[in-house]
Design a protein around this ligand. Structure first.
Ligand SMILES: *[C@@H]1O[C@H](CO)[C@@H](O)[C@H](O)[C@H]1NC(C)=O
Ligand SMILES: *[C@@H]1O[C@H](CO)[C@@H](O)[C@H](O)[C@H]1NC(C)=O
Ligand SMILES: *[C@@H]1O[C@H](CO)[C@@H](O)[C@H](O)[C@H]1NC(C)=O
Ligand SMILES: *[C@@H]1O[C@H](CO)[C@@H](O)[C@H](O)[C@H]1NC(C)=O
Ligand SMILES: *[C@@H]1O[C@H](CO)[C@@H](O)[C@H](O)[C@H]1NC(C)=O
Ligand SMILES: *[C@@H]1O[C@H](CO)[C@@H](O)[C@H](O)[C@H]1NC(C)=O
Ligand SMILES: *[C@@H]1O[C@H](CO)[C@@H](O)[C@H](O)[C@H]1NC(C)=O
Ligand SMILES: *[C@@H]1O[C@H](CO)[C@@H](O)[C@H](O)[C@H]1NC(C)=O
Ligand SMILES: *[C@@H]1O[C@H](CO)[C@@H](O)[C@H](O)[C@H]1NC(C)=O
Length: 530
């Protein structure tokens, strides 16, 4: 039989003119299959009547991948049905055919697909290979489903717009510095309560979500817990120099888990369903931190309060950490709890990926972890593209160029903010010594921000690449929480860093925002006044 191969080699132009390799394969145009049949000209399909436990696609034995750069292969796959068990449907791999050596592989279950009814979804593998060797990008079919393989695309990894700042070869331009509005009647002792900000650009406008206390008297049952606090949002059309009047996003409820506060969460606009989500920390007179979820349809988050999820609290303290930290070789302990400062990183294949901090009081350790959810009610901590471990722990910050308190060293990570740039997730995360609580006495506590990146969210603590050398940001005066509620975000093709800069000596609370621009940066950036 004559084997014909159509191989499209596309050399595309990427960020700032660097030439990146790309290969694209269409399984329906190739002969490398052990089961299934051609589907819709260029794709390949297997149905449950077809032979199982064999390659849906193998080959194409290409030696065109003539780079040793970090690379990614994307398999475009669809499945009939996504309900059922978590057994392996498929195994995808990258095989060095000259050595007959699997460079990377991954199992995929029904549950890893976000959509049923045969819709194309992307599953990625990261690899590096040897120049001149023939490579295969294979999809092994285990059993019992209809599956379509649409195409396979191989790319050299690209750091995107943040690649240069990661190595100090880009600058930071201050675009705004605002004394953030605090409501009237805010007692001066807590004048710094209205923080917890999260900036989300949408439709040419920036929305800042933040916590707002003292909008009404705090009920007696919240005394000693937190002031009555809600989530509000304002908009800006001038990079945060000025902000509109606020609108309410999420309010404390009437239950013991949420009757004092909703705060320190993150918004997410889901373009697929045209709706907003907000995931917050909530607390009531039960005195226990949980996570609560709120949502609203439409593109404008200011058009009325979000609806609380009837299943709130959607995460109870310790619920996710106890699963993440169980088992051997983990970078956190079973006594970790306090799923807080949640962030919704992205929606991929119908799954929302979220990160959150954890605090282990008995061991004085902090970490950041990850989970995924389709509905904000049920969460997986293990599965496709999940680390099933902490993503940041003392292991990641103890080597930073900081004279850590010798008694505690770096206790781990707290609030973190992640953005995707090119093929990488960039993570800006705070790391203190002593404790995860703010010590606001001058000179007592180190509290700095580090910048790390990984092409995959499944990277565990210790596997994230660090800038040379962390920390990336350091407060001019050594105050615990001197830099707070930092974010890293994208607006169109521009990237921004924002944070509160706090001088507890003069009770000054300023939100500063920088844009990444051409230039140079010497880390750490020392942030202070004015
Ligand atoms: C078949 O291919 C055509 C053209 O690319 C596309 O419009 C159509 O949606 C495909 N059908 C299925 C079932 O994937
Ligand atoms: C890799 O292959 C491409 C296309 O064949 C070619 O243009 C390029 O020069 C090659 N690069 C190396 C390092 O061999
Ligand atoms: C989906 O697959 C599961 C597991 O094989 C099966 O139990 C279930 O009946 C299927 N559902 C549909 C709608 O086909
Ligand atoms: C895939 O699943 C099989 C069977 O459970 C297991 O032996 C193998 O290690 C898994 N492969 C990967 C890459 O996780
Ligand atoms: C911006 O905020 C102002 C003041 O609350 C409001 O009137 C306006 O509708 C907001 N615009 C958008 C697009 O959210
Ligand atoms: C709490 O209860 C009060 C009085 O019944 C009601 O007015 C208010 O709307 C309730 N709030 C929420 C968030 O359910
Ligand atoms: C958002 O959804 C709209 C309408 O469905 C679509 O036209 C647009 O391309 C989507 N934008 C992004 C960034 O996916
Ligand atoms: C570490 O920080 C000190 C100042 O605290 C600085 O002099 C030194 O150059 C830094 N080392 C590196 C490798 O950046
Ligand atoms: C606080 O900081 C802002 C911005 O840097 C500055 O304009 C203001 O004068 C400062 N206020 C005090 C009391 O130091």
């Amino acid at each position: 039989m004559r084997i014909y191969i159509i191989l499209l080699l596309i050399v595309s132009l990427y960020y700032r003119g660097t030439v990146a390799l790309q290969l694209e394969f269409y399984p329906g145009t190739q002969a490398y299959h052990q089961t299934g049949s051609r589907f819709n000209n260029t794709a390949w399909i297997v149905v449950s009547q077809d032979p199982s436990e064999r390659y849906l696609t193998y080959g194409p034995y290409t030696n065109a991948w003539n780079t040793t750069a970090s690379s990614r292969v994307d398999f475009y796959l669809g499945v009939d049905n996504i309900t059922g068990d978590s057994s392996n449907l498929l195994t995808v791999d990258v095989n060095d055919a000259d050595l007959d050596h699997i460079l990377m592989s991954r199992n995929i279950s029904r549950l890893d697909f976000g959509y049923g009814n045969i819709q194309s979804q992307i599953f990625s593998l990261y690899f590096t290979s040897t120049i001149g060797h023939k490579l295969e990008f294979r999809v092994f079919y285990h059993c019992c489903s209809s599956i379509v393989h649409y195409k396979t695309v191989v790319n050299e990894l690209d750091g995107g717009g943040l690649a240069d700042i990661f190595i100090g070869q880009a600058g930071l331009e201050l675009v705004s510095s605002s004394v953030f509005p605090t409501p009237q009647g805010d007692p001066s002792s807590t004048a710094m309560w209205n923080v917890g900000t999260y900036i989300k650009p949408l439709d040419g406008r920036w929305y800042v979500f933040y916590r707002e206390g003292f909008y009404a008297p705090t009920p007696a049952f919240c005394n000693g817990i937190v002031p009555l606090t809600r989530i509000a949002v304002r908009n800006s059309t001038d990079f945060g120099k000025t902000w509109s009047e606020p609108a309410v996003v999420a309010l404390p409820g009437n239950s013991t888990f949420d009757n004092c506060a909703a705060l320190d969460g993150a918004p997410f606009f889901d373009n697929d369903t045209d709706s907003w989500h907000y995931l917050a920390q909530c607390i009531g007179n039960n005195r226990r931190w949980s996570l609560c979820h709120y949502s609203r349809s439409g593109r404008n988050p200011m058009s009325g309060p979000f609806i609380p999820n009837p299943k709130n609290p959607v995460v109870q303290g310790g619920q996710l950490w106890s699963r993440i930290c169980s088992g051997t070789g983990k970078h956190c302990t079973l006594t970790m709890y306090d799923e807080g400062t949640p962030e919704i990183i992205e929606k991929m294949n119908g799954w929302f990926y979220i990160t959150f901090h954890g605090w282990d009081g008995p061991n004085n350790k902090a970490a950041r972890g990850m989970a995924r959810t389709r509905d904000f009610v049920n969460y997986d901590v293990a599965g496709y593209d999940l680390p099933n471990d902490a993503i940041f722990s003392p292991l990641d910050c103890n080597t930073w160029n900081i004279t850590w308190n010798p008694k505690s060293l770096c206790v781990g990570g707290g609030e973190g903010s992640m953005v995707k740039s090119g093929d990488y997730f960039y993570h800006l995360i705070e790391a203190p010594d002593g404790t995860l609580n703010c010590d606001t006495t001058l000179g007592e506590q180190n509290w700095v921000l580090g910048l790390l990146r990984s092409p995959t969210l499944s990277a565990r603590s210790g596997e994230w690449e660090q800038i040379h050398f962390n920390p990336a940001f350091k407060p001019a005066k050594k105050y615990g929480c001197g830099l707070q509620y930092h974010r890293i975000f994208r607006d169109d093709n521009d990237f921004f860093f924002s944070m509160f800069v706090i001088d507890f000596g003069v009770n000054n609370l300023t939100m500063k925002i920088w844009k990444v621009v051409p230039g140079k940066t010497n880390f750490p950036v020392i942030v202070g006044y004015p």
